[in-house]
Write a protein that binds this ligand. Structure first.
Ligand code: UT7
Length: 330
């Protein structure tokens, strides 16, 4: 009978992350920006962010995170068939930053490309890589979120420049076969993605190769993004859990996009999730866009909060608007 048929799932074999060397406090920022530690802490929960120096780029951070994830998985670059890298701040307009990572880790064949879904980028990349593995396009994938978002900030706009930081996070996925009767199968159990382009101008960059020919700066209607975030994130988390017969009570850890501690609190409250089940790193890293979910995941794996067998919900929302969630047994 089909309930004993083997099921292939993408399992997280290892995680890694990387941060620029320079760590900047709210107090240091307030020396050059008209802001205060009190305002930033109260409105966002952010205390520090890392800012990339001239020798640090999206690809250098991505390569460091990828190497750490490969080490954790006990694999080499040559074991990887596919790289999907999420970023809104590629090294160059083209080629894809993923191909720089590919060359650096010694992977000479296979597939490498970038996806652009800003802060939801890692959820999009994870879902794409999972689908590609399960449809036979490879056995092992590196999924990376990497950003140097501080390069596209308007340092005159205190409403945005205090919110973001740079970094990268990566996971190695490997296809594993489990019996469908397995009560607690490992791996990606479900993903849900959404986009609503009617809200393009709530969070965007006012430049690009096809419009201004410049790189541009981040523009955001913060309050409106906030309002959409709480509603959409609570909704997508319910959507991704429900078909699996799961409720918040079954979840060990939520690994959310780290935009604002108030969004994390409000979303957890809406779902009846105790705050102790939510991984929070926004205080240390600020909003690192596509890097934020894998960076938070790697942080919580390495400090021992997330253990093998734990049931996780990853979620994110960002420019587009785009949003998504995944249920993963680590
Ligand atoms: O990753 C993608 C998703 N992005 C997000 O999730 C961001 C969502 N939005 C937010 O997190 C919040 O809307 C912000 C943190 C961006 C802003 O918080 P807010 O409570 O919505 O503040 P506000 O923009 O309405 O501004 C309130 C006040 C204003 O002053 P007045 O007009 O009330 O006198 C601002 O000028 O705070 C002022 N303000 C600041 N003051 C000190 C804005 N930025 C700053 C600042 N320092 N950095």
């Amino acid at each position: 009978m089909s309930n004993h048929a083997p099921v292939e799932r993408s399992v997280i074999l290892g995680t890694g992350s990387a941060l620029p060397a320079r760590r900047v406090s709210n107090a240091e920022l307030s020396e050059t920006v008209d802001t205060s530690d009190e305002w930033i802490t109260e409105r966002t929960g952010i205390k520090f962010r890392h800012i990339a120096g001239p020798d640090e780029t999206t690809s250098t951070l991505a390569i460091d995170a990828a190497r750490a994830a490969l080490d954790a998985a006990g694999l080499a670059g040559s074991d990887i068939d596919l790289i999907v890298l999420a970023t809104a701040t590629p090294d160059n307009t083209f080629p894809a930053t993923a191909t720089k990572v590919q060359a650096a880790i010694g992977m000479t064949g296979g597939i490498a490309f970038d996806v652009a879904a800003v802060c939801s980028g890692f959820l999009y990349a994870l879902s794409v890589a999972d689908s590609m593995l399960r449809t036979g396009m490879g056995k092992r994938a590196l999924v990376i979120g990497a950003e140097t978002f501080t390069r596209i900030l308007d340092w005159e706009d205190r409403g945005t420049c205090v919110l973001f930081g740079d970094g990268a996070g990566a996971v190695v996925l490997g296809l594993e076969t489990a019996a469908e009767s397995d009560a607690a199968p490992r791996g990606i159990l479900a993903t849900q993605l959404h986009a609503d382009g009617r809200h393009y101008d709530l969070l965007y960059v006012d430049g690009g190769p096809s419009t201004t020919g410049t790189v541009g700066k981040v523009r955001m209607k913060g309050r409106e993004v906030f309002r959409h975030a709480v509603v959409n994130l609570a909704e997508v988390m319910e959507q991704v859990m429900k078909p699996l017969g799961l409720t918040s009570a079954d979840i060990d850890w939520v690994v959310p996009h780290q935009a604002n501690a108030r969004i994390l609190d409000a979303t957890a409250r809406k779902l009846g999730l105790p705050p102790q089940k939510v991984v929070i790193t926004v205080d240390q890293h600020a909003n690192t866009s596509a890097a934020s979910v894998p960076l938070a995941l790697d942080t919580a794996v390495r400090d021992g909060r997330i253990k093998r067998g734990d049931l996780l919900v990853l979620e994110a929302m960002g420019g587009g608007l785009t949003w998504g969630a995944a249920v993963v047994r680590y």
